[in-house]
Design a protein. Sequence first.
Length: 202
Amino acid sequence: MPPFSSPQDDKLAPSQLNLEPVVAMEKLIKLGIHRADRDPSVILTGSMVAGGMISVGGAMLVLTAGGVDPSVASQVPGLVSLLGGLVFPVGLVWITLAGQDLLTSNMLYSALPFFDSRPVREAAQSTSTKIRNYLKVFTLSALGNSAGCLVMAAGCASYLFLPGTPYAAFAAALATKKCSLTIGGAIAKGMTSLLFEFSAQG
């Protein structure tokens, strides 16, 4: 297996895009197995890159929405949300096109083998193997994404979101808002975000 998987390895050929649901599910399950079978170093590296890429989207959101004059933002409340919604997905698009490992999409792919309805004797993996692969992918993706995000956050804090700038104030306000969510609110927002990201990357 090559040290880095090409994005084309995880895509269906044009002739395979119009498939019956059962056939499509079988191919997605095989894709989930393939992604979990990769070397841990490949998954970790791809996850670190993805963490950096998604952080670029976050940085663009802060630079764009945080740069809006407060008087304009108060008169047009939806402008900040609109600008943020336009630039933040850039990081997600990069990850999808490059075939890197974002935790959310890996959670989907590594869970698919659990829905393999073939008899045990015909299944490609045992239940213990599926659980082991899921934990491997989940752990490596979480660690890699976190590392990539932390590196980008440190760089942005040092060179972009300097104290006293509107960008730093916007980033601090955004972080405070997210940290003030109730547990139920955070779970609801997280589940909604996962559904959107699954749709985009699946």
